[in-house]
Design a protein around this ligand. Structure first.
Ligand code: SF4
Length: 341
């Protein structure tokens, strides 16, 4: 066998990526794990997987470039707003930069051929390789024997005979491997990506319809609270509890408008940038409706562009028909169609 190889692995956090590491650890190969930070998933699961597998793992923030990819994926979306093929391709391209910088020989993933209907078909794996410009350099240790040999296998840097040929949707082979390697308490597959969540996908789709150039910070805002699409074609988020109120206010950008009730307990609302005056009125009505003001009380709504913690004037307005608790739900639902949250 040739000299000692070095591999860089994408750790999603699921059992399969841990097993991919374990299979490679059977050989004298140096391994480095990577996990990514985007607006739609964080690094905690990948870092935990790296710790469980016993390799150094780094978290790389690709939020901006990932969001741009989600807006216009070349290979389209899955059942929700999840552009899995493009996402894999992007992560591999980003990982390839680390691979080059580290002088590593190959990338590896925990993908299993045929396990997922869209992203792990043979043609999808090829598309991902093509997208990433890494043909022949992506090793999938769990299914390698069912795939064409990669460059490192051909060169003898990785012993193909020690790799596996798992195929299909059954999890049995992975469970057996977990037992073999003494892995316990590993994460269950899936569930970590918000783009596969129907409610969030609907919100994001609405945000991108209204503002195709939406930024990472706007995507962060629509994660919190109830979402409403206002008549002026902007989005208003209404906090559901104190924690969401704080988050919304902290996340508001310089051109977003933050509203809150000054004389009654109530939610914080944020209207995303680009609103019209009538949106302020509608958002004030929403806020009044969700406040704890007693029936019939007037609710004074104060608002500030950029939030209250950022200095400047704090103009006060009264909500249109302020405090009229006879806002029926139907009334404001007609004014601002509520998304599924
Ligand atoms: S589920 Fe989410 S993180 Fe996973 S490949 Fe698809 S878009 Fe990317």
């Amino acid at each position: 066998m040739a000299g000692r190889a070095k591999g860089v692995g994408l750790l999603s956090g699921g059992l399969d990526s841990i097993l991919a590491v374990k299979v490679l650890q059977e050989q004298p190969i140096d391994l480095l794990g990577l996990t990514f930070v985007t607006p739609f998933f964080g690094p905690s699961e990948g870092l935990a997987a790296g710790a469980m597998a016993g390799i150094e793992t780094r978290a790389i923030d690709i939020s901006e470039v990932h969001l741009e990819m989600v807006k216009k994926p070349r290979y389209g979306y899955g059942s929700k707003l999840n552009p899995c093929i493009d996402c894999h391709g992007l992560m591999l391209r980003e990982a390839a930069k680390i691979m080059e910088a580290e002088g590593a020989d190959f990338l590896f993933t925990g993908e299993v051929l045929g396990q997922r209907p869209m992203s792990q078909r043979r043609d999808s794996l090829r598309s991902v390789e093509k997208l990433s410009g890494l043909s022949g350099r992506i090793l999938r240790p769990l299914s390698a024997k069912r795939l064409s040999p990669t460059r490192v296998e051909k060169e003898g840097l990785v012993d193909r005979s020690m790799l596996l040929g798992i195929y299909g949707r059954s999890r049995k082979p992975q469970m057996e491997l977990a037992l073999k390697y003494g892995l316990r308490g590993y994460p269950q597959p899936g569930g970590g990506c918000m783009l596969t969540n129907e409610g969030f996908s609907n919100r994001l789709r609405n945000l991108l319809d209204i503002n195709p150039g939406a930024s990472v910070s706007e995507v962060e805002i629509i994660k919190w609270g109830r979402a409403f699409k206002l008549p002026g074609k902007t989005i208003c988020m209404v906090g559901r509890n104190e924690s969401e109120n704080h988050r919304l206010e902290a996340l508001a950008g310089a051109r977003d408008i933050v509203l809150r009730a000054s004389d009654h307990p109530g939610p914080t609302c944020v209207i995303l940038a680009g609103s019209e005056p009538r949106d302020l009125e509608t958002a004030s009505s929403l806020l009044a409706s969700y406040s704890a003001a007693p029936k019939g009380a007037r609710v004074t709504v104060e608002f500030q562009e950029g939030g209250f913690e950022r200095g400047g004037e704090r103009p006060e307005i009264s909500a249109p028909n302020p405090g009229r608790r006879n806002f029926s739900r139907g009334c404001f639902f007609r004014a601002a169609r509520r998304y599924r949250s």
